[in-house]
Design a binder for this molecule. Structure first.
Ligand code: Q46
Ligand code: ZN
Ligand code: ZN
Length: 311
């Protein structure tokens, strides 16, 4: 049987990528992954030297790979901190907490574990059970996570908040919102979202051009443990099957996902932005917490109030 050799050295290749077409040994795959990360950061001007970055760790493969690669590639150029939120989702959150805590302990960086129940008075499970007929669980959970992360990024006075969103997440997000014509959400997405009103922290997605297959391989090669089971609420969300369908298209048309997100950023997003700029209204700020909103109270404060009312 023919031995496949690494495209960079003569060692036996352990990984074969289809796009770009590369056969790599473990060492060169690590190097390739970390180079891709720094190239993505440069391409979208995500980080400046000396900035402080707060990385959100869920315990899943993407955020674990992100933090590990970020420390290796940029640990001497930027200040890296990490945060994990215990969301209180059945047994799933306990696993996420255990894996995140073990991983963070091994890294020599400042990190924070936030207990949603203790700090905000409710868990995602409680929020979902009280509001289940009004909103999908992932939409409730997403709102809570965005808010908690922003609150702590402000408290810790960091420059940027980094999340583990991958190429697969972004391609799925773009196609889903094209289909529903949700221009507002599309506009709020992208690889680097600047700070706004002095209260919304700048958000970056260093894995924007890196696939989930690559983050899985990176974790395996580096012996990084991650939560393998899916969140129980993800079964109700169509994301998993959509991702599979997008990967089927990728198998037929190599480079489809990258081309989709790059075209969106280069051509579609600027067009939507200029359309929305004409419609932009004066910002309002929540009467309770001061976060921007288009109503008297922001979505998070309204959600909190509903949960308390139903308790
Ligand atoms: S944790 Fe939360 Fe995810 Fe679970 S409820 Fe949905 S959004 S699936 S990444
Ligand atoms: Zn090699
Ligand atoms: Zn508010």
């Amino acid at each position: 049987m023919e031995v496949v050799r690494c495209s960079k050295c003569s060692k036996r290749a352990t990984i074969s990528l289809r796009h770009p077409k590369l056969n790599l040994c473990a060492e060169h795959f690590k190097e390739y992954f970390e180079n891709r990360l720094t190239k993505t950061i440069k391409r979208y001007k995500m980080i400046k030297k000396g900035e402080s970055i707060l990385v959100a760790i869920s315990g899943g493969k993407d955020s674990i790979a992100l933090l590990h690669a970020l420390c290796n590639a940029l640990g001497d150029k930027v200040e890296i901190k990490a945060i994990h939120i215990n969301l209180g989702i059945k047994q799933y959150s306990s696993k996420c907490l255990r894996i995140s805590r073990d991983f963070l302990k091994k890294l020599d960086i400042e990190h924070y574990i936030i207990d949603l129940k203790r700090e905000y008075g409710f868990t995602v499970d409680e929020a979902v059970s009280k509001l289940q007929f009004k909103r999908a669980p992932c939409s409730i959970c997403g709102l809570i996570k965005r808010r908690v992360l922003n609150d702590y990024a402000l408290k810790l006075k960091v420059d940027k908040l980094a999340t583990g969103h991958t190429l697969d997440d972004e391609a799925t997000f773009i196609l889903t919102n094209y289909a529903s014509g949700n221009l507002d959400l599309l506009l709020r997405s992208g690889p680097a979202i600047p700070t706004k009103y002095g209260i919304l922290i700048s958000r970056i997605k260093p894995l924007y051009e890196i696939s989930e297959l690559e983050t899985t391989l990176y974790c395996m090669i580096n012996n990084l443990s991650y939560v393998e089971e899916e969140c129980p609420y993800s079964k109700e969300a169509p994301t998993i099957s959509l991702k599979q369908m997008i990967n089927q298209i990728e198998n037929i048309r190599l480079g489809f996902k990258i081309s989709l997100i790059r075209t969106y950023n280069r051509m579609i997003k600027p067009a939507i932005s200029s359309f929305y700029a004409q419609l932009e209204e004066e910002p309002k700020f929540c009467r309770d917490c001061g976060y921007p909103t288009n109503a008297d109270y922001c979505a998070f404060c309204r959600l909190k109030r509903k949960i308390i009312r139903k308790s």
